[in-house]
Structures are given as structure tokens and as C-alpha cells.
Design a protein around this ligand. Sequence first.
Ligand code: NAD
Length: 737
Amino acid sequence: MSTLRFELDAAGVALVSIDVVDRSMNVLTPALEAALAAAVERIAADASIKAAVITSAKSNAFLAGADLKELVSVYGQETLQQAYARSARLSGVFRRLETCGKPIAAAINGLALGGGLELALACHYRVLADDPKAVVGLPEVKVGLLPGAGGTQRLPRLIGIQQALPMLLNGAPVLPAQALELGIVHALAPADQLIARARDWVLANPVAQQPWDVKGFKVPGGVGCLAPHAVESFQAGTSRVARATQRNYPAPPAILACVFEGTQLPIDRALRLESKYFATLLCSPVCRNLMRTMFIQKEAADKLASRPAGVPKSTFTRIGVIGAGMMGAGIAYAAASAGIDVILLDATQELADRGKAYSVKALQRQLEKRATTQQRVNTTLSRILATTDYSHLRGCELVVEAVFEKREVKHDVIRKATALLGPSAIFASNTSTLPIGGLAEVHPRPEQFVGLHFFSPVEHMPLVEVIRGRSTSAATLAQALDFVSQLRKTPIVVNDSPGFFTSRVFGTYVDEGMAMLAEGIEPALIENAARMAGMPVGPLAVCDEVTIELQLKVHEQAVADGLNEKFQRLTAIDVVRKMVQEQGRVGRRGGGGFYDYPANERKRLWPGLRDLFAVREVQPEVEELRQRFLVIQALESARCVAEGVIDRPADADLGSILGIGYPAWAGGVLSFIDTIGAARFIADCRELARRYGQRFEPPADLVERAHRSALYHEETSGFTISIPQGDLEPIHGGQTG
Ligand code: NAD
């Protein structure tokens, strides 16, 4: 089997079929790039070849874009010039393809993303499968890149800047009908007729030239700052991008600049400009972090990288959910949507029914959005039995409890349920704070007890924190992971410890916000600095959502349990007490907390805050606050590794981004430390400790790692993180070529 098949027919039409070896889907591997380059040279040089049709031998995809596992290694290993050469090499192949003097058509028989669409755009004619799965798009921005093989230049030249920018900036693919309407493809056809249609076209058009190679070509809609759309596309676009990214992601502004400058240049110079922008992004830590955590490590976690080996895979058909409140109702909905029968149990029939009504509403919304059918709605609802009768739990393979956060209540339901379950059934608790080991004590087979910490709202949140108690067996852990996978969520595995991982790290974030308030920092500055760091919601706003009262309860429970000071909420407790006990402001659900929530208006910071916590005359730099938010969470995560709460660094990184909104640009909490380097991180921590207190003191394990120059992510060890700068001339449209 070869990467590229080359067949020549009697009419002189070469059929070039992409079939990347050992991959279920075609991706741009170095071997494919080399094979494409050779094929293009052959088409150009061989006089017996009159035309060519490029397609894929795999039915699921034409070409799905770059091989991220290969690209992720560029950061720190290649110079800017080498990264530039990568892009320029492929770009050169595609340019040679479109200027070889022979007509070339793409028969796009499946999805074409990134380099796949760029290859198709370099062909003179594109016919796309009329199948909703055959989407086309340029998703590079999602991994911190821009399309580096002509995408930023050919797409705007084809469909206009105004239409191309959203595709480049959002990275969202478009369906075949939209691709046709936009003019990205020339025609749609049934999959089995694509090659014939492409062949007919090349035979009917023996002289083919790209529009941008025709003298007098003009980009549709115009280019530069005088184009009618320029104000909207570039000026408004720049501020929209700055707002959305908080200037933490270099790719979107680079895309805007590359399109603005490149479309004013001849295509060859524009392609070189694009390669320069591409190289700068590829050599940036943000790109590496996004690729590694959000794609490579997420995929590994989704494939259950932490699953103990040797345990047969389990498939769940019937589960019980006890407690039909906010979390139980969500878990029931998620499980029923994944095809699992659910016994949803609460203390009264009314409460159980209310829990099921959550699914009714959610499905109704899906129906309104046309994301489902009435038949699927009926089937999903028929899978949920709302009841108060424990006997229905007989035959369940798993029971998840989501009752009140009280140990006695949980013990009671565990006892009742396990009396009815078969010997192989596992039991999971959705507790957010109670140790799994303590809950498992009342289970007759504690090795079959595990924590499954879902996030709210369950159907939207992609993460589940799987907690291994001291008795949890490997088989139970494996089954719990199988269940999470069946729900199509991403699991991380955490060892039992107060607050587990995500709640513990999240606690440091909200506490830091409250500490700042106590220091006299302007409340709006606190909230904005957190968002500028990349956190989706400011610490005071998020504290209001989960309730300030909850912070008090967690602290009091930690004290009552005799937990070490580090598990108490000492940094913030004075602020919490003032708000809850003195002011009766418990959070949003109680009518108000750090914010007021006027009816029919946007929430606003409670004016009383400035009286309660006197605002200092001189305010700190926003950068310092931003740093405190990022560092305190990373530091707590380093402690979790040192204490054995986290075994795999990837779990910390994924958990922090998917569970609590730590910024993806940083690659997660531990990638943040790796990126700036443990030695510098420690120096920063010590300076913060000197100014703000002991909580910033780095743990011994981290100090020792810094001495060994060890990184959390081993595959990245052995190089410095400095980004090579100045190897290339400055990026400027006018100065290229
Ligand atoms: P909730 O108050 O909305 O729901 C709890 C439900 O349990 C209620 O419907 C209640 O009637 C029912 N219940 C109480 N005692 C029962 C019993 N003996 N038998 C049957 N049903 C009983 O609470 P919630 O927010 O859904 O939280 C449930 C659990 O999930 C808690 O352990 C909580 O810590 C955890 N959790 C909550 C969140 C969150 O964001 N709310 C996130 C993760 C985990």
C-alpha cells in the first residue's frame, strides 16, 4: 500500500488517490507531502499526462489536515527559518500544481480540512460530495496557527475577504451546500460520481488557470483599507479579536494582518508572507500548548489513556441515579441521551418527576433547534424511569448518587441501594467535597466504589473527574472510565484527597480574588484582570454563582474534619464571613452577593463592596493581578502532583481547562509552569510569597524539579523555551520577496 496511488487512463488523465498508510483518516504526513511533490512534478513533466484528478482512497475524508503529533514537536526544536521552510515547501508544491499548465480537479469525497482544503483550493476545479459529513474548512486557528499552504491567500481571492475572514478566524467548517453557495467549490455530486465529474471537467478544459493568475485579477469585494468592507472586516475585526482573545492568542491577529497585507500583493509574494506568519505562530508556545493539551492529550484521555490494562471493556445498559436535583437530573439526561436506561430516584415522586422534566425541557430545546427528531426525543425519554422505589435499582450495572452533600444522607442511600445491587455492579458518588474513602466505608464491597465528579450543567460540560478511593479496584476504575467514555465525555483520574483536584485548584482562584478585595483592590479591576488572564468568569462573579455560602461550608467542614490548614479557606474566610454572616449576601441564588442582580438588567458589582473593603488609592498593575491568578492555580496543581493527588500531568492540564476554565493558551496549569520554566516560575512564586504571603511558597518537589531542569511533560524536555527571534526579516507585506 502506498501513500499516493497514481493511475493514468487512456485519455491521459491521471487519477491521484491519497491513501495514507496506517491511518484511518488521511492526514498530511511528511511521506504524503513528499509523495504529493513527486506526483506534481510527474504531472508537470510527463507529456503523456494531459490532466489530473486528485481524490482520496478513503471514504471518510479527502484529507483532514496536518499531523499534529508531528507539528507539536516543532516548538523549541526548530528555528523560525526551519519552520518557515516547512510551510514554504508545501506551499511551493501547491503553487507548482496550479501553475503546471495542465488542468487539475479535486474530487473531494469526504471532509477536507486545513491542508486538505488548501490542496483542493490549489486545484482548478472542485467537486464536493453531497454528504453532510463532507465538511470543508480551515480550522488552524484552533491550534494557534494559520493555514500555511495558501489558505489565507486563496480563500479570500476566491470568495472575498469578508466571507473568508469568519472561516479563518473561527475555524468552523461549512457544510457542502454552504461551500457551494460561498463559491468554495464549483459543484456538488453524489460520492460515486465525483471522479467522473472531475474527469469530465478536466477533459473539457484543457487550458486551466487560476483566477488570480489571470492578468487584471481583482479580489472580490476589494482589498486594503479603502475596500468598502474594510472598516467592518479589519477595524471592527481587530477589536473583536482583541476582546475575544484578550491578546492571549497570537493567531487571530496574525490572520487578520496576513489577509490584509497578503491580498494586496501578487500571489507568489503573498504566499511567502503567509509562510512567515505561519512560522512565527508555529514557533510560539501558545501553539504548542494548544496542540498538545487540547488535541493530543485530550484525544489520549478520550481513548482512556489512564484505564488499567487487562480489564474487559464494559458497556452500560441500565444505571441508577439517586437524587434528581440539579446534578442527578443532568446525569440522567446525559446517560439516556447515550442510549442507557436510567432509574432516576428521589425522596418523593414529585421530585423524581421534576428531575425527569429537566430532560423533557432539554430535548424540547434540541427539537426547536432541529438538532434532533421527535422519535429520538420519545426514545430518550422512554429510557428514564422517575421513581421513589429502590427495588427498580435491581439489575443496574452502576448507581450514581447525587443527593445532598451530607455524609449521613449519602451513607443512607448507599446502604439502601447496595442491598439490592448485583455482586458486579459498581457504585459512584458525585460528591464535590466528601472523601470517597469515607463514603465507601458503608459499601459491602468498597473496592466497587468510585467517585464520578460531574460538572454543571452536565450535558454541556465535557469533563468528568474520576476519583480513585483508597479501596477502589483497578476493575472498578476501568468500568467507571468506560462509563464516562460511553457518555462521550473526557475523564481525568484523581486520587482521593480533600477537594480532589478541580475543586481544590478552583478554590485558590476564588480565594485569590477575595484576598485582593480585602487588600483594597478595585473590584472591577479584580474581575477584569482575571478575564484578561483568560479565565472565562471573574472570581467574584463565579463565587456568586456557586454561592459564597458554599465557601463558608467548605471551610467549616475542613475545620470540623480536622484537616490541615492548607485545606481550610484561610485566605478568604474573613471576606466570606463579612459577606455571608454580616451582610447576608450569600450569592446569586440568595438574591445577591458580590454582584446585584436587578430584574431584566445586567448584573453589576454591588456598590456596598467599596465600603465594606476600603479601596486603596494606589492600585496595582493589572499584569500583577493577572499573574497572581495564573500562578496560584498552577502552584496548587504542582502541590497536587507532589502529594500524589495527580499521577499524570495531562490530567491536571485537561482538568484545569475543561473543568474550571484555566486558559487554553497556557495549555493548562502544569503546561503553564513548563512553558515559563520551573526556575523562573519558582522565582516568581517567591517574589509573590514575599509580597502576599506563604500561600505562594513553592513546594519542595517543584524546587527539586527545577534543579533537575525536569518538566512535567517529558516529551518536551531537553530544550530551552526561548523563542528564536529575529532570524527572519520583519514581517511586512511590502518587504517580502
Ligand atoms: P440538589 O439539592 O439540586 O439535589 C439533590 C437532590 O437529592 C434533591 O432532589 C433531593 O431531594 C435529593 N435527595 C436528598 N436526599 C435524598 C434521599 N435520601 N434519597 C433520594 N433523594 C434524595 O443538589 P445538586 O446540586 O444536584 O448536588 C448533588 C450532589 O452533587 C452533591 O453531592 C453536590 O456536592 C454534588 N455536586 C454538585 C455540583 C453543582 O454544581 N451543583 C457539581 C458537582 C457535584
